[in-house]
Design a protein around this ligand. Structure first.
Ligand code: BGC
Length: 754
C-alpha cells in the first residue's frame, strides 16, 4: 500500500511542472514524464523550464507534414512515420508526443491547415488512426489534437465555434471519432476555443459525454498550452492535465471549491488516476526502448515525400524528364526549399538538401529544353497563429512563373505549400508537381519524381478552388467567432452540390502509368473491383469509394467518401480490391445516427472524374424528418454564400456576437482587444511587442505567432505563461476596466510580481 495522496498533491499532479514535464511525487512513487511536439517529427527542447521559442530544439527527423502525407492515402505509411517518431521520442526520453492534428480543413486560408490531413472527415480520421497505431506500438503515447472545432488561427485562444449539431457530428467530430475508436490514442488535447459557447477545457459534453462515454476513450485529456479556462469546471468536465505548468494559483481555487463542497474529491480522483497511468506507461516504454536509426528515418521521410506528391498536370508527358535533358533550374525554393510548416510543429532536421544542389547546375533560361520553377508559400504568410490573407502565391513568384513560361514552352512548376493556392498561370505551364511540405528529404524526393525514379501517386486530400471567393465560407472567415454557416457543405461536399468549377478536385492526381478497372461487382454491401496497371511503369493507384445518397429527403451532399484503398502494381499486374460497407456509410446525424431510407448509389474509381457506378443499395432505413427550414434554403441548393438568417434558421437560434467592452473586460479578454480602449493595455501591448521582437525577427512566422500567443491570448493564459501572480493580472484588468485605484492597489500589493 502506498502513502495516501494528499488532496493538494492530487490537484498539483494534474498540472504541468513546467513547459514540457509533468510533476514528480517521489513520496507516492510517481515519476515525472517529458512530452513534446509534434505531429511531423520531434521538437524536444533542452530546457523544459523556459519557453525557448519554437525553433530551438534537438535535431530530429522532419517528416512530410500532414498536408502531404494525407495525399498518400496510405495508412500503413503514416503508421511507419508514427513509429519512427516514437523511436526518436524514446531515444530522446519523451513519453508522449503531441500529434497528430486531425482538425478539418474548413477554409483554405487557415494558417495551420498544413498540420491537418483533409477536408474530408473519413480520410482525416483514417490517416490519424494509422499514425497513432504505428506510434503506440512502440509504447510511446500520442496526443490527438485539437479537440474540437479549432479551424481558424484568428483569435484562436478565445473564439467561439458556433455550429449546428449535425455539422458538428458529421464533419468536425467524425475524424476524432475514427481516430479514437480505431487508433486508441493515449491522450487527447482539448482546443483553445469554445464550442457553442463553452470553452473546450470545460466542455463536459465533448470531453466526457462524447469522447469517453460514446466513443470509449480510456486515456487522458490534456489542455492545449494555456487553454485551461476554469479548473473547477474542467475537472468536472473530465479535463485531466493542465499544461504547461505555471498555474499554481488554480490549486488554491480547486482546494477552496472542494472545501465549499462545490467539487467532490472523487471528481479529481479520476484525473489523478489517468495522469498516473499515462506517466507509468511512458516510464515503462522508455525503459524498454529499442534502437533508433536516424539514417533509416531520413530514407522513410524520402519515401513518404515521394508517395505523397501529387502530379496535378502533365501535358505531352513532359514528365518524367529524360536523363541528360538540358534543364534550367529557377525559383527561390530551388535553393531554399520550403519543407515544413511554421510554429509549434517546427523541427530541427537531422539533414537537409536543396533541390538545386541535387539537380546539378542546370543551364541558362535560353538553352534549356525544360525549365523547372520551384515556387511556393514562404513561411511568413502561412503558419501557426495567423491565417493567410489570401490564396495567392506571392506576386513575384507568379511573375516569375509567367516569365519563364513565356520564354520556355516546356515549363514545369514544382510547388511547395501547406494549403491550396490559386493557379491562374496553370494553363501556361506544361506540368505541375505539388509537393506540399515534403519534409527534410523533400529535395531527394523531387529529384526522383522529376526523373521518374519514383512515380507520383498522391491524390489531393482537399479541393483546390479556382479562386478563394468560390469557397463557401469566404465571405465570413475568419471572424471573432467561427460562424459555421455553410454547415456540412465543406470542401467537395459544397463544390459538387453547388456545381462550382474548381482548379483541382478532391481525390485527383495523375501518374506516370495507367490503371484500368474491371470486374466491378456489388454483392449486398460488399463491393469488389479489379485494378490493373496497363502502363509501362510500376506505380500505385488509390481506389476511392463514394456513396451518393438519395436527394429527396433531408438535404445531403451529392456524394461522400466512405472507403479507399491503395494498391501497388507492377506493369501488367492486377489485383482485386474489396470494400465492405456498414450502416455508418449511409447515416446522417439526427439526434443519433440514422440511415434514411432510399436508394444509395455506390461509386468507385481512381479519381473524381473516373467514378463508375458499382451498383445500388436500397435501404429500408428510418424516417428522418425534413426540417421545416430546409425547403428552398441554401442548404438544399447551395450557391454563393449562406446568409446569417438562413444559418440561424438551421441553428435554431440567433447568433449574438459577444464583443469585449470596457467596464466588462474579463480574464478571457486579450491585450490586443483591450488596447483600443485602454491606455494600460496599449502600454502592455508595446512591452509585449518589444519582448517578442527580442525573441524573433519581426515579420517572420515565429514573430507573428509569438505576438498572437502573448498579446492575442486571454489574460488567464498570459498569467500561466508568464508565471506572474493573480494580483498582477487582476490589477491590470481593473485598470483596463477604468478602475485605476483598485487596479493600482492590486498591482502594488506585496507579492504581485514574484
Ligand atoms: C499548439 C499545440 C502545441 C502546443 C505545445 C500550442 O500553442 O496549439 O498544437 O502542441 O502549443 O507546443
Amino acid at each position: 500500500m502506498g502513502t495516501k495522496m494528499e488532496l493538494r498533491d492530487k490537484i498539483a499532479l494534474c498540472e504541468g511542472k513546467n513547459f514540457w514535464e509533468t510533476k514528480a511525487f517521489p513520496e507516492y512513487g510517481i515519476p515525472s514524464m517529458f512530452m513534446c511536439d509534434g505531429p511531423h517529427g520531434l521538437r524536444k527542447q533542452e530546457n523544459p523550464d523556459t519557453d525557448q521559442g519554437v525553433n530551438a530544439s534537438r535535431p530530429a527527423t522532419c517528416f512530410p507534414a500532414a498536408v502531404s502525407t494525407a495525399c498518400s492515402w496510405d495508412e500503413e505509411l503514416v503508421g511507419k512515420i508514427g513509429a519512427a517518431i516514437a523511436e526518436e521520442a524514446a531515444d530522446q526520453g519523451v513519453g508522449v508526443f503531441l500529434g497528430p492534428g486531425v482538425n478539418i480543413k474548413r477554409n483554405p486560408l487557415c494558417g495551420r491547415n498544413f498540420e491537418y490531413f483533409s477536408e474530408d472527415p473519413y480520410l482525416a480520421g483514417k490517416m490519424a488512426a494509422g499514425f497513432i497505431k504505428g506510434a503506440q506500438e512502440k509504447g510511446i503515447g500520442t496526443c490527438l489534437k485539437h479537440f474540437a472545432c479549432n479551424n481558424q488561427e484568428y483569435k484562436r485562444f478565445s473564439s467561439d465555434s458556433i455550429l449546428d449539431e449535425r455539422t458538428l457530428r458529421e464533419i468536425y467530430l467524425t475524424p476524432f471519432e475514427i481516430a479514437v475508436r480505431e487508433g486508441k490514442p493515449k491522450t487527447v488535447m482539448c482546443a483553445y476555443n469554445k464550442v457553442n459557447g463553452t470553452y473546450c477545457s470545460d466542455h463536459a459534453q465533448l470531453l466526457t459525454g462524447i469522447l469517453r462515454e460514446e466513443w470509449g476513450f480510456e486515456g487522458l485529456v490534456m489542455t492545449d498550452w494555456g487553454a485551461m479556462h476554469d479548473r473547477i469546471a474542467a475537472f468536472r468536465a473530465g479535463c485531466d492535465l493542465n499544461m504547461p505548468g505555471g498555474s499554481n494559483y488554480m490549486v488554491q481555487e480547486v482546494l477552496a471549491a472542494v472545501a465549499r463542497g462545490e467539487l467532490a474529491e472523487e471528481e479529481i480522483d479520476g484525473s489523478v488516476e489517468r495522469v498516473k497511468k499515462m506517466v507509468h506507461e511512458a516510464v515503462e516504454a522508455l525503459k524498454n526502448k529499442g534502437s533508433c536509426d536516424y539514417e533509416a528515418h531520413h530514407e522513410l521521410a524520402r519515401i513518404a515525400a515521394e508517395q505523397s506528391a501529387v502530379l496535378l498536370k502533365n501535358e505531352d508527358g513532359i514528365l518524367p524528364l529524360k536523363e541528360g535533358a538540358k534543364i534550367a533550374i529557377v525559383g527561390p525554393m530551388a535553393h531554399n526549399i520550403r519543407y515544413q510548416g511554421a510554429g509549434s510543429s517546427h523541427i530541427n532536421p537531422t539533414k537537409l538538401n536543396q533541390p538545386a544542389a541535387l539537380l546539378g547546375a542546370g543551364v541558362g533560361v535560353r538553352e534549356a529544353e525544360v525549365a523547372v520553377v520551384f515556387a511556393g508559400l514562404p513561411p511568413e504568410i502561412e503558419g501557426e497563429g495567423f491565417d493567410r490573407e489570401n490564396m495567392a502565391l506571392p506576386a513575384e513568384q507568379v511573375k516569375l512563373i509567367e516569365e519563364v513560361a513565356a520564354a520556355n514552352p516546356n515549363t514545369v512548376v514544382v510547388l511547395f505549400c501547406g494549403a491550396p493556392v490559386e493557379t491562374p498561370w496553370a494553363d501556361k505551364v506544361k506540368a505541375i508537381l505539388y509537393m506540399g511540405l515534403p519534409g527534410q528529404a523533400g529535395a531527394e524526393a523531387v529529384k526522383n519524381l522529376l526523373y521518374g525514379k519514383a512515380n507520383p501517386c498522391g491524390k489531393l486530400a482537399e479541393t483546390w478552388p479556382l479562386k478563394y471567393s468560390d469557397c463557401p465560407s469566404a465571405a465570413y472567415y475568419p471572424q471573432r467567432d467561427g460562424q459555421y454557416r455553410e454547415g456540412i457543405y465543406v470542401g467537395y461536399r459544397y463544390y459538387d452540390k453547388a456545381k462550382v468549377d474548381v482548379g483541382w478536385k478532391f481525390g485527383f492526381g495523375l501518374s506516370y502509368t495507367e490503371f484500368t478497372y474491371s470486374d466491378l461487382k456489388i454483392d449486398g454491401e460488399r463491393i469488389s473491383v479489379t485494378v490493373a496497371n496497363t502502363g509501362h511503369r510500376g506505380g500505385a493507384e488509390i481506389v476511392q469509394l463514394y456513396i451518393a445518397p438519395p436527394q429527396d429527403g433531408i438535404h445531403r451532399p451529392v456524394r461522400e467518401l466512405k472507403r479507399f484503398a491503395k494498391v501497388y502494381l507492377q506493369p501488367g499486374e492486377k489485383k482485386e480490391v474489396r470494400f465492405d460497407l456498414d450502416d455508418r456509410c449511409f447515416a446522417v446525424w439526427d439526434g443519433t445516427w440514422k440511415v434514411p431510407g432510399g436508394r444509395y448509389t455506390v461509386l468507385v474509381g481512381g479519381g473524381p472524374d473516373q467514378l463508375m457506378v458499382a451498383g445500388f443499395i436500397d435501404k429500408a432505413g428510418e424516417t428522418v424528418e425534413v426540417p421545416v427550414w430546409q425547403r428552398g434554403s441554401w442548404y438544399e441548393n447551395p450557391s454563393g454564400y449562406p446568409s446569417q438568417e438562413e444559418w440561424e434558421r438551421m441553428l435554431g437560434r440567433k447568433y449574438r456576437p459577444c464583443l469585449p467592452r470596457k467596464g466588462q473586460f474579463t480574464m478571457n479578454d486579450t491585450v490586443m482587444d483591450m488596447k483600443d480602449h485602454s491606455l494600460v493595455m496599449r502600454v502592455l501591448y508595446w512591452g509585449l511587442k518589444r519582448t517578442v521582437a527580442r525573441k524573433a525577427e519581426p515579420g517572420t512566422a515565429e514573430y507573428r505567432m509569438f505576438l498572437q500567443t502573448t498579446a492575442g491570448s486571454p489574460l488567464r493564459s498570459l498569467q500561466i505563461f508568464s508565471r506572474l501572480n493573480a494580483n498582477f493580472f487582476q490589477g491590470l484588468l481593473a485598470m483596463a476596466n477604468g478602475k485605476y485605484f483598485s487596479g493600482l492597489k492590486l498591482l502594488l500589493k506585496k507579492g504581485s510580481i514574484d
